[in-house]
Design a protein around this ligand. Structure first.
Ligand code: RB5
Length: 151
């Protein structure tokens, strides 16, 4: 499995611990920056990570900013991206099972690093549900994006 990871200045502090956590599991990580706590713009990293996933260079994207909100808004602008902001164990599970999220975002000013690592584990251990209702809902989103759905 390959994970693409990115953070802005607010999320930078969580990027290394997450990379270490993934490395211990034998997961390859593509680090898209940022590499310091100098102020920077979260969309730049969201688009880089989103495109890695879109282009199938990574299986999952992880993005961290102060709230996780800006990263999720920006990543969801990339075609084919279903970015989920994870703040609880419940959303960590259901964003995978119900929504088939392919990018997960976190807020360093919202959750502790231990919580974030737990959410990552829950998400990674969960399976995309093949229940027809969930697959159908994700498919509606895909069709809307492909302009095959009435806008
Ligand atoms: C940066 O101060 C902050 O706005 C950013 O990290 C993020 O929380 C935006 O959604």
């Amino acid at each position: 499995m390959i994970v693409s990871i990115g953070a802005d200045h607010a999320g930078f502090i969580y990027k290394e611990p997450i990379k270490e956590h993934l490395a211990k599991k034998g997961i390859q990580v593509l680090d898209e920056g940022t590499n310091s706590d100098q102020a920077t713009d979260y969309p730049d990293y969201a688009f880089k990570v989103g495109n890695r996933v879109k282009n199938q260079q990574a299986d999952l994207g992880i993005l961290i900013c102060g709230t996780g909100v800006g990263m999720s808004i920006a990543a969801n602008k990339v075609e084919g991206i279903r970015a989920a902001l994870l703040e609880t164990e419940f959303t960590a599970e259901s964003s995978k099972t119900h929504n088939h999220a392919n990018v997960i975002t976190f807020g360093s000013r919202v959750n502790t690093i231990d919580e974030v690592l737990k959410f990552i584990d829950i998400f990674m251990n969960a399976k995309e549900s093949d229940a027809i209702r969930h697959v159908g809902r994700v498919e509606k989103i895909n069709k809307y994006e492909e302009k095959k759905w009435e806008k």
